[in-house]
Design a protein around this ligand. Structure first.
Ligand code: GLP
Length: 242
């Protein structure tokens, strides 16, 4: 793992953005794996700015998102489709038909999982997979447990995850109980993974995921097995590495 800790926010964001823009400038047809959550928001803002400055185009790119809540209407303010449209897609030159997010309202959710994996298998591998990390070590919505699932699947969100995401909803009761998520196996197929970790509150899980034992109790620790991972930490998240 290639771990970088940044003293200032600007360098953190620009390094993350440069990874994406260098890839697209070298290969305009690149396949990007995208993530939601508050962590990548600064990166998406910077990508929009760089696009406006003519420094990058997404016109030929294809994107695959990691996960989506089950049961939220697609146009719900907190659906990951809405998040991606508002935080990135609506402001760049991407063809919206080339942006893929699991459908959390599919009539047959199991079939939706199979179809998402089939699409990833046929179109993949993803060139660069962006990831954040949950306080419990989850990646996408792969929650810690005795076992992990390789492919796209429906998962029950843990109380800690629903509490963390309650800040985006009127109350915790409004946070969905289930999500559809790419599995760890699908994520690990990416050619390169870029894990972003921000904030003091992520310091402990960052240390555990990056230097602790590889265990399903901390899904992000499996990334230690991937041959091409870059991890960007801000000073707060990296404070236990000194
Ligand atoms: C969410 C997402 C993850 C994300 C994580 C951390 O629930 N499913 O993909 O990485 O939790 O989110 P944040 O960046 O807001 O801390």
């Amino acid at each position: 793992m290639n771990i970088h800790i940044f003293k200032n926010e600007e360098d953190f964001i620009q390094t993350a953005a440069s990874q994406v823009t260098s890839l697209l400038n070298a290969n305009p047809y690149a396949k990007l794996g995208l993530a939601t959550g508050s962590t990548p928001v600064g990166l998406y803002k910077r990508l929009i700015e760089m696009h406006r400055q003519g420094l990058v185009s997404f016109a030929q790119a294809t994107t695959y998102n990691l996960d989506e809540y089950v049961g939220l209407p697609e146009n719900h303010a907190e659906s990951y489709r809405t998040f991606m449209n508002e935080k990135l897609f609506n402001h760049i030159d991407i063809n919206i038909d080339h942006t893929h997010i699991p459908n959390g309202n599919a009539a047959d959710p199991e079939e939706e999982c199979r179809a998402y994996d089939k699409m990833l298998e046929e179109n993949g591998p993803v060139d660069l997979q962006l990831l954040g990390i949950g306080h419990n070590g989850h990646i996408a919505f792969n929650e810690p447990g005795d076992s992990l699932t390789s492919g796209t699947h429906i998962t029950t969100l843990q109380a800690k995850t629903r509490e963390a995401n309650a800040r985006f909803f009127p109350s915790i009761d409004d946070v969905p109980t289930h999500a559809i998520t790419m599995g760890v196996g699908s994520i690990m197929k990416a050619r390169q993974i870029m894990l972003l970790i921000r904030g003091e509150d992520k310091a402990e899980i960052a240390k555990r995921a990056l230097t602790g034992p590889i265990s399903t109790d901390c899904p992000a620790s499996l990334l230690q097995c991937h041959p091409n991972v870059i991890v960007l930490l801000d000073q707060g998240a990296g404070r236990l590495f000194k």
